[in-house]
Structure formats: C-alpha cells, structure tokens
Design a protein around this ligand. Structure first.
Ligand code: FMN
Length: 181
C-alpha cells in the first residue's frame, strides 16, 4: 500500500515536515511505500474557479498539481501537514485543498478521495487554535469520503526543528503512521 505525505510549510527544518515524516516512518515500518511532496517547492497555481473539473473530470491547469492528483489516486492514505498562519492553514496548504475539487464531482456525489485514510499534522507558534482548525478540516475531508484517523501537532514551535524535543508529538506521529498501513 502507498501512503502519501504533503507538506504545506515553506521552511527548511520545518516542524510540520518533521512530523509528517514521522508519520510516514510509522507507516513504512508497517510495510507501506511512502512518498512526500513539499508544496512550496512545486509549481502549483491557485484554483481558477472555472469548474472545468466538474464538467470534464480533470483540472485544466497543467502544473505540478497533476503529479499530486496521480499520487493521491494511487495512495491508500494521505498525510496533510500545515503550519498555522493567521489562525488558518498556510496559503500553500489552502491552494492544495482548493485544487482537490478536481478529484470530486459535486453533482454526482463522487469522490476519488473516498476510503483513503487521513492524518492531519500541524505546527504553530503562540496560538492554540491549530487543533480546532485541523478538526474542522478533518470533518470537511470526511464529508468528501476520507477516513479520518487522527491529528498530531502542537504549539510553541516557532523555532525550526523545535519539535525534535517534543517526544510526545514524535511518538504520537509515529503511532498514527502505523495506523495508516
Ligand atoms: C505568516 C505567519 C503567520 C503565523 N500565524 C500564526 C498564528 O496565527 N498562530 C500561531 O500560533 N502561530 C502562527 N505563526 C507561527 C507558525 O505557525 C509557527 O512558526 C509554526 O511552527 C511554523 O511551522 P513550520 O516549522 O512547519 O514552518 C505564524 C507564522 C507566520 C510566518
């Protein structure tokens, strides 16, 4: 089985990325094949709201999102990680989420996300709203057919790499990964 990780932080030594990789490590231990994408390093345009995908079943933008669509289609589980920016997911992550519309047919109630397991990862600074933001996102993606496994993340993580000292989060991330495979 394949587990896909998607990282919505632009930073090097990103706490989000470290946690996503920990989840993937857990999945790999259980025999999963893993792949990771960092949105910031890719050419991914904003959704143009044209609804081409709702008519033709695919996004008309020929950018790196096509690689993510293929990877999601062939994965049994997806890990989406984001830093919390201004009380929400990062712009990179929001662009990814909007572009997921191309995997769904709203009128026919079809979703290529159906049945895929989901783990959500977040990292934040002084705030404490990440958990709720992720819970809400989990509900939304569940409505699109995903099977929500859990959330891992925390605050006080402004320093790049700070999460390496948070054994509780690293252990939880690894555990959630083992539940994906
Ligand atoms: C533009 C911007 C907005 C931010 N907004 C928030 C916020 O609303 N709440 C919060 O707790 N931290 C906020 N932060 C801090 C980041 O969430 C924090 O540094 C996070 O751990 C970064 O994740 P990363 O290490 O994966 O890049 C913000 C940081 C930036 C750059």
């Amino acid at each position: 089985m394949k587990v896909l990780g998607i990282v919505g932080s632009p930073r090097a030594e990103s706490n989000t990325e470290i946690l996503v990789k920990k989840v993937l490590e857990g999945a790999k231990l259980k025999g999963a094949e893993v792949e990771i994408f960092k949105i910031n390093d890719m050419e991914i345009n904003w959704c143009q709201g044209c609804f081409h995908c709702q008519v033709y079943g695919e996004c008309r933008q020929n950018d790196d999102m096509q690689r993510i669509y293929d990877a999601i289609r062939s994965a049994e589980a997806v890990v989406i990680g984001t830093p919390i920016y201004m009380g929400h997911v990062s712009a990179q992550t929001k662009t990814l989420l909007d572009r997921l519309l191309a995997l769904i047919n709203v009128l026919r109630g079809e979703s290529a996300l159906k049945g895929k397991k989901l783990v959500l990862v977040y990292s934040q600074g002084r705030g404490s709203d990440g958990e709720n933001v992720m819970k809400e996102l989990g509900v939304r993606l569940s409505h699109l057919g995903m099977s929500f496994v859990g959330i891992v993340g925390g605050n006080g993580l402004n320093e790049p790499g700070a999460v390496r000292d948070r054994e509780d989060l690293l252990i939880l991330a690894h555990k959630l990964g083992t539940q994906l495979a």
